[in-house]
Design a protein around this ligand. Structure first.
Ligand code: GRF
Length: 229
């Protein structure tokens, strides 16, 4: 296998997606290794969770920096020092400026709890319910300056069921996220998908290799997708 991509995960909170990436990357044939976790919030529970899994975890407290750019400069050099190839943002709640986004263009992934381009931003589950959508889900995409935009790498659909609440929907979407993110990172790290002219292109040979171990069906719960009425 070609050299594994060195991945840093950016978090701000509990880090359940981070944990799913760390777990997936333990597989010998996984094309990426998680070498660093960084949080802008020192109190993020995910930091201890990463350390317990044996991954170096650092807090870079954005409040300790006078400007957004000074914070990002520190983050950038930390990533360079660790020899990072790819960044996975996973519940990282800090807006990034164009300088940082450009430096990591097509090398930074993010997971968002909706089927983008629907419901960018916060409170996605409550908004999806109040709009009455029947299919919700989650998206992994490359990061661009505008929040929750960028070429889409993979999505998982989560049907809305009777009696749904924002919490029940969030729980099922999160379960889907934990399968989707390792799948999407595998696609990128293996070279099965890449960005050309700001669009996702799939490389057939690599795709076959990357999908040797298919994830569980990307529909939660695994049902046949039909018209939802
Ligand atoms: C996830 O729902 C993710 O999609 C969103 O923030 C949440 C982070 O959860 N961006 P966790 O920290 O990974 O548990």
């Amino acid at each position: 296998m070609t050299k594994k991509k060195r991945v840093a995960i950016l978090i701000s909170g509990r880090g359940s997606n981070m944990a799913s990436l760390i777990e997936a990357a333990r597989a010998p044939d996984y094309p990426a290794e998680i070498v660093l976790v960084a949080s802008n919030r020192p109190e993020a529970a995910g930091l201890d969770r990463a350390r317990a899994a044996g991954i170096p975890a650092v807090a870079i407290d954005h409040k300790a920096y006078a400007t957004r750019m000074a914070f990002e400069a520190k983050l950038h050099t930390t990533l360079l020092d660790a020899g990072i190839d790819l960044i996975c943002s996973a519940g990282f709640m800090r807006m990034l400026t164009g300088g940082f986004v450009d430096r990591w263009r097509n090398r930074q992934l993010n997971i968002h709890p909706s089927l983008l381009p629907s419901f960018p931003g916060l409170d996605t589950h409550a908004r999806a319910l109040s709009e009455g959508v029947k299919i919700h889900g989650c998206t992994v995409h490359f990061v661009r300056l505008e929040m929750d935009t960028g070429p889409i790498i993979a999505q998982a659909a989560v049907p809305v069921v009777a009696g749904e609440t924002a919490d029940s929907l969030a729980a099922r979407v999160l379960e889907a996220e934990h399968v989707l993110y390792p799948h999407a990172l595998r696609l990128v790290a293996s070279g099965a998908v890449a960005v050309e002219n700001d669009e996702i292109v799939t490389k057939a040979a690599d795709l076959a290799a990357a999908q040797q171990r298919p994830p569980r069906p990307l529909v939660w719960p695994p049902v046949r997708i039909e018209a939802r009425i």
